[in-house]
Design a protein around this ligand. Structure first.
Ligand SMILES: Cc1cc2nc3c(=O)[nH]c(=O)nc-3n(C[C@H](O)[C@H](O)[C@H](O)COP(=O)(O)O)c2cc1C
Length: 216
């Protein structure tokens, strides 16, 4: 059993990375092998629309033909049992690196046949962890949920079962007094970090536990 996680934040030790680490700790607690990959540490771009992955009889049918740091990662994903994507919300969607990663990972496996099919060699359970500055009510008002549901549907169609969790109202800076951010109350932020973030970490841990127990 192998569970891989992908950090779509440029920060290697902050909210998103911490929750992904907790999820992997949960998986490891059940005996799974785990790996965390920081997308910002890899050299790659988004889909270049070459359609080599869709070319009839082509040697790259169902595979991404762009040769960069993602190719060995895709081969590892095909051998994994579960993957967990994690991203901060940037302007209402996932970070640029996460978006590019999803395009490159998912498009080659998704056929243009009618009905569409998945060319992923075997089912992989998928999870998504989103972290964001807004509180839950504002997240709903802004329509982020539709976005998360759409990712969930795409991942279900291409990879298999999928689930997601959110961490709201995250702590963004080391020291709120050093940044111009009057909109936020540093004390409330610190309190939430102390009291609610650990609960989010627990939810992430439980996700990892569930993922490691698929098929047991
Ligand atoms: C470029 C940028 C854009 C952001 N846009 C949003 C946004 O649209 N909505 C939101 O709730 N938070 C937004 N945030 C806040 C981050 O999503 C939030 O702080 C997140 O938890 C950061 O994750 P990290 O600590 O793992 O880097 C933005 C942050 C940055 C740097």
């Amino acid at each position: 059993m192998k569970v891989m996680a992908f950090n779509g934040s440029p920060r290697k030790k902050w909210n998103t990375a911490t929750l992904l680490e907790k999820a992997l700790e949960g998986a490891a607690s059940q005996g799974a092998e785990t790996e965390l990959i920081h997308l910002y540490g890899l050299n790659f771009k988004g889909c270049i629309s070459c359609f080599a992955c869709k070319t009839r009889g082509g040697k790259s049918y169902g595979r991404c033909a762009v040769e960069d740091d993602l190719i060995p990662v895709f081969r590892d994903i095909e051998k994994a049992d579960a993957i967990i994507l994690g991203s901060p919300i940037y302007f209402g969607t996932v970070s640029g690196e996460m978006k590019s990663f999803m395009e490159r990972l998912l498009f080659p496996y998704s056929t243009y046949t009618d009905p569409p099919q998945s060319l992923l060699p075997r089912k992989i359970k998928t999870g998504f962890i989103y972290t964001m500055n807004v509180p839950e009510e504002l997240m709903k008002e802004l329509g982020y949920i539709q976005h998360f549901k759409r990712h969930e549907m795409t991942l279900q169609r291409i990879c298999g079962a999928s689930e997601y969790m959110c961490s709201f109202d995250t702590y963004q800076f080391d020291d709120y007094s050093k940044v111009v951010a009057d909109r936020f109350d540093p004390e409330k932020k610190a309190l939430r970090r102390k009291e609610v973030f650990p609960e989010d970490c627990e939810k992430a841990f439980e996700m990892g536990v569930r993922f490691a127990n698929i098929g047991k």
